[in-house]
Design a protein around this ligand. Structure first.
Ligand code: GLY
Length: 363
């Protein structure tokens, strides 16, 4: 087992990464001093595969644990599911000493996280992410949210978990396409902060795509280390944390224009990183050879680098303007300077952006 500490003053917590780590959740709750009542929020599919392992580990410590399944899919990040969870928490008589465990991908983590952030003005949250995307990104850093019909993640709170357990054994059941989509975020960490991680991804492609637990544990650990470091320096995204949005500006635009259906989040981030690198080359910030290196790595992992032909550039731009990271209608970009370093707050003229979107369109 390897551990990373998110060293926030007064609210420091550990991210444990390892194969089979979920079996230790009960003892971990003892260490945290959690109360007797535990709500285990999980998505319906995960409940079947890992629900019993976690519930058993918690029950073995004498706690009462109830599984609260939510339907799989983004539609569950809704006010309706949130209300249902609050009512379940009340039925279970959760109190200020109780813990909410979020077992699943980003949807469960965000929804259960926001419920924990607001129920009784905030109770303990333990993140047990079971997708690569959630292990390397959503479960660490305290962002929780639900969606509104007009946009994703519009209602949320910062609520740091007390503990994160990233059990890479859970990734064995992940569809290969979802594993690859999660790898887009890992590649992102390499570009924004760590050329050695980028080189590791170049070297170890076969082991990673084959799902070798040690290879996966290494990249999850390295990603969490980088995220923990960023969040410790800038919890509320006042500055540095924005580097984590690399690839997400155009990525979110593509995701919204595609109606959150055809493409996975990580796939949109891959397209967004390609766009950001192309912009950086045009503005003279990045050498073409570095942009090519990023493109090759994305392709090596089977990730898309072109905007689907059926998507309208105007619709992507309109969606980008609606993004909550947009301020006063100005779209700010995170752009790479080289593999391992980026700049935040780069203002890009609309025509250049429209040009790049056109250039990236699939023939
Ligand atoms: N996913 C970006 C962040 O946590 O800030």
């Amino acid at each position: 087992m390897r551990s990373v500490t998110v060293a926030l003053p007064g609210r420091a917590y550990q991210v444990d990464v390892g194969s089979g780590a979920l079996a230790g959740v009960g003892e971990g709750l003892d260490r945290l001093g959690s109360g007797r009542r535990v709500a285990l929020v999980t998505d319906a599919a995960i409940a079947r595969s890992f629900g019993a392992t976690v519930a058993g580990a918690v029950a073995a410590t004498g706690r009462t644990v109830e599984l609260l399944p939510v339907p799989s899919g983004e539609a569950s990040k809704s006010l309706r599911e949130l209300e249902r969870l609050y009512l379940e928490f009340a039925r279970l008589r959760l109190d200020r000493g109780s813990a909410v465990l979020a077992l699943g991908g980003g949807v469960v983590g965000d929804l259960a996280g926001f419920a924990a952030a607001t129920y009784l003005r905030g109770i303990d949250l333990v993140q047990l992410p079971t997708t690569l995307l959630a292990q390397v990104d959503a479960s660490v850093g305290g962002k929780t949210a639900i969606d509104l019909p007009v946009g994703k993640n519009l209602v949320g709170a910062f609520h740091q978990p007390r503990w994160v357990v990233a059990d890479v054994a859970t990734l064995a059941t992940l569809p290969p396409r979802e594993l690859r989509a999660g790898l887009a975020e890992v590649i992102k960490y390499g570009v924004i902060a760590d050329a050695a991680l980028f080189a590791l991804l170049e070297r170890e492609q076969a082991r990673i795509l084959a799902g070798e637990p040690e290879a996966l544990a290494e990249i999850v650990f390295q990603s969490c280390r980088i995220k923990a470091d960023v969040v410790t320096q800038d919890e509320r995204e006042g500055g540095l944390r924005a580097i984590l949005n690399y690839g997400h500006t155009v990525g979110h635009g593509v995701e919204a224009a595609a109606g959150y259906t055809g493409l996975l989040h990580g796939e949109c981030v891959a397209i967004g990183m390609t766009a950001a690198a192309a912009i950086a080359v045009r503005t003279g910030l990045l050498a073409q050879a570095e942009a090519d290196r990023q493109r090759r790595l994305l392709q090596l992992y089977g990730l898309p680098i072109a905007i689907p032909a059926e998507l309208d550039g105007e619709a992507i731009l309109a969606a980008m303007r609606l993004d909550k990271k947009t301020r006063d209608d100005e779209i700010h970009f995170v752009l790479p300077r080289r593999i391992g370093a980026v700049e935040i707050g780069c203002r890009i003229p609309g025509e250049l952006l429209a040009d790049v979107l056109e250039e990236l369109r699939a023939p």
